[in-house]
Design a protein around this ligand. Sequence first.
Ligand code: AHM
Ligand code: MG
Length: 329
Amino acid sequence: MEESRIAQPIGTTLDRFIKSNQDQFAFASGELSQLLRDIALASKVVNREVNKAGLIDIMGSMGTANMGGDQQQKLDVLANIRFSRALMKGGEACALISEESESYLDLNNHGKYVIAIDPLDGSSNIDVNVSIGTIFSIYRRKSAPGTPIVQEDILQRGDEQVAAGYILYGSSTMLVYTTGHGVNGFTYEPTLGEYFLSHPDMKQPEEGKIFSVNEGAWNSFSQPVKDFLTHCKDNQYTGRYIGSLVADFHRNLLKGGIYMYPATAKDPNGKLRLMYECNALAFVAEQAGGKASDGLCRILEIQPESLHQRTPFYVGSRLMVMKAERYNQ
Ligand code: AHM
Ligand code: MG
């Protein structure tokens, strides 16, 4: 049965959009909506800090603390603090898995949701004024609220996500998310401090002409990966690689293309992390009509065995990812 999707006009604020679509959630208690709002709020604070990143050294050399009185810190650490504080306040989340923490963080034991987050991905781009992103996944906990958190709450498969998305700090800042009913993109208007719906019901072209991969690792790619890339070149596809997963993913979502971080001789499981990098983008891709794979299997069906588990990652236009899989077989 087609769900009661409520079409919203371009320009609708994120808050209003979340509210109008709340009844789509399987457990429409308002808590998931609140979590999305908390993430959006933290992203605005991070956005402000990302925008003045170039000033941090100058301010630091002037001995100036930031507005909260905190010592200036690395942006990815700061982003982690911003998101965990925002998620802690509301009480909806019981645990937080983060790229920045070895183990998961206990939040409110009565919370019903588990969050996995990469607070600021694309670390090599932070210092050089190139787009970076935040990636988040939201799961419903399996154990009863109020009881101790168990492994099954934390190590959930990607197909159990109830919501996921990303924030792209680029030439504009955008928040893109899904709750399993399509994908919607919102652009931030900094002077108003609001996200506005700018990309309703996003669809990824099923075929594309862009391939995004770090070709510097060519010598350590497997022969099938080299063959697939040679196929892309023989067909005059366009190579585009920022080295910022969210930015590369977002471009390919809009224009059609494949992002890949395959296994290499050095990293037989690739580089990217299943729980807070790949799963969220795989969910968004599938909801937009795209596809996400580890080269052979669907990303969302991988049972994680540890928090920081890596996986090879192929994501983007459906037919391109299928072709890469065929080369890998
Ligand atoms: P990070 O979590 O340390 O930032 O690493 C993840 C990033 C992705 O954003 C990007 O796609 C990839 O690493 C780039 O890696 P490489 O420099 O090996 O191409
Ligand atoms: Mg990362």
